[in-house]
Design a protein around this ligand. Structure first.
Ligand code: FES
Length: 75
């Protein structure tokens, strides 16, 4: 795919996750002590969770994308 300043030439970033909806939004409530690893590259097969697909993308393109890791401390 052709990239233009980090985006495809047609301007889209998301090419496969729920293309039928106008905006992909995910809401989750996390319990204390929970940890989640979220995809930020839009390539995960388990979106919105990271499945490691970013590593292959980075190897192939020289990009440096990675996940968002969220943890909730126990009080
Ligand atoms: Fe997208 Fe890991 S698969 S950030």
């Amino acid at each position: 795919r052709q990239l233009v300043t980090g985006r495809r030439a047609d301007g889209k970033i998301n090419n496969k996750v729920s293309p039928e909806v106008p905006k992909v939004v995910t809401k989750e409530d996390l319990e204390a002590g929970a940890k989640k690893v979220y995809c930020r590259c839009w390539l995960s097969g388990t979106f919105p969770l990271c499945d490691g697909a970013h590593a292959k993308h980075n190897d192939e393109t020289g990009d440096n994308v990675g996940p968002l890791i969220v943890s909730v401390k126990k009080s």
